[in-house]
Design a protein around this ligand. Structure first.
Ligand code: NAP
Ligand code: GDD
Length: 325
């Protein structure tokens, strides 16, 4: 029988890459999207898969819409990628962030439990849950959480609720604790894309500078296309479990700037970068770096695209996109 998957967050960054992977494996893919006055299909169109998705309308904050969808579709697998995912906005919109990222997940879990308990469930958990927590400079499945933003806190709630539904009701529910992953489909507010888009605009004479916040923060950046494969693998395991997914290496925001400017032949980028306190956060997560032994050993997963290749890919894609316009 054909397998089916419901992907929430289908119009974001990870949704289209995951949909592409599952379609390639013969899944029927349902994509949950909110009601928009002007829907935006750019990311699905970028991968050329928009026509292959069956769209269903719903919202994580509206449980009745989730019940309708889960009852009708009864998907083999549910990938919950929907979220208010921008850390920076989570201080100004803490309640909304909580309603979507925390209570929305509780609604989805309850909906599955009562209407389709054999559906396997993937929760998009995050390295932001670790925050200041680390273990010798790395974070893995045993590292304690010390979130630093309303976003991180909302995701800790969802993480534990996912574990709890597994332990209390026997649902096949898994957390992927993913470190930062990027791509040409990354939202424009996130720092890598903001930099690669800015650099491409400077190259084409469309702008003179990029405004940034803390250049010293370090992140473990990987390629989204590699990470969706890990999501899929987690739901193919015999038993549900939680996995850290990253590269094991970290770099500073300054390193991203450096590489991106090198791509357009600029080595002294200081005159193009303005430090703007508006982009600094009330509480920063100074560094995140994954220890991925469990994913390597149990899932047989490891990243393929390097940090350098990733930034190069993003600058190229932004140049192409802007030149087309
Ligand atoms: P993204 O590009 O921001 O996509 C999130 C999607 O969620 C958007 O399409 C958004 O819809 C949708 N959404 C937001 N609120 C919703 C609601 N109330 N009901 C239904 N849909 C809603 O995020 P991403 O980078 O693909 O990340 C996917 C997931 O992984 C997120 O949960 C994120 O928190 C988590 N995560 C991401 C990373 C990373 O580095 N990318 C790392 C760890 C965890 P609109 O299109 O309407 O805005
Ligand atoms: N966005 C942004 N804009 N970040 C900046 C800027 C700027 O102008 N200047 C410096 N930064 C720093 C931030 O302070 C942060 O330390 C780092 O760059 C990365 O910021 P983002 O790209 O916004 O990502 P994030 O790490 O906060 O969150 C992303 O990764 C999480 C996983 O660790 C998001 O995708 C989250 O949804 C995800 O959970």
């Amino acid at each position: 029988m054909q397998k089916s998957a419901l992907i929430t967050g289908i119009l974001g960054q990870d949704g289209p890459y995951l949909a592409e992977l599952l379609l390639g494996k013969g899944y029927k893919v349902y994509g949950l999207m909110r009601r928009y006055s002007s829907p935006h299909y750019d990311n699905l169109n970028f991968l050329g898969i928009m026509d292959k998705i069956e769209f269903v309308e719903g919202d994580l904050t509206d449980e009745s819409s989730l019940i309708n969808i889960i009852k009708n579709v009864r998907p083999t697998e549910v990938y919950n990628l929907a979220a208010q995912s921008f850390v920076g906005s989570s201080w100004e919109q803490a309640k909304l962030t909580t309603e979507i990222n925390a209570l929305g997940v509780l609604s989805l879990l309850n909906t599955i439990k009562f209407n389709s308990p054999t559906s396997k469930f993937y929760q998009a958990s995050t390295s932001e849950m670790f925050g200041l927590g680390n273990d010798g400079g790395y974070q893995d499945e045993k590292t304690s959480f010390h979130p630093r933003s309303p976003y991180g806190i909302s995701k800790v709630y969802a993480y534990w609720m996912t574990v709890n539904f597994r332990e209390s009701y026997g649902l096949f529910a898994a957390n992927g604790i993913l470190f930062n992953h990027e791509s040409p489909l990354r939202g424009i507010q996130f720092v890598t894309r903001k930099i690669t888009d800015g650099v491409a605009r400077i190259k084409l004479g469309l702008t003179k500078s990029i405004s940034l916040g803390n250049l010293d923060a370090k992140r473990d950046w990987g390629f989204a296309g590699d990470y969706v494969e890990a999501m899929y693998l987690m739901l193919q395991e015999k038993e549900p479990d939680d996995y850290v997914i990253g590269t094991g290496a970290y770099h500073s925001v300054k390193d991203v700037v450096d590489l991106a400017f090198k791509e357009i032949g600029v080595s002294d980028w200081k005159k193009y970068v303005v430090i703007d306190p508006r982009y600094k956060r009330p509480a920063e997560v100074p560094h995140l770096r994954a220890r991925i032994d469990k994913a390597k050993n149990k899932l047989g997963w490891q990243p393929k695209v390097t940090f350098k290749e990733l930034i190069k890919m993003m600058v190229k894609a932004d140049l192409k996109r802007l030149q087309k316009k």
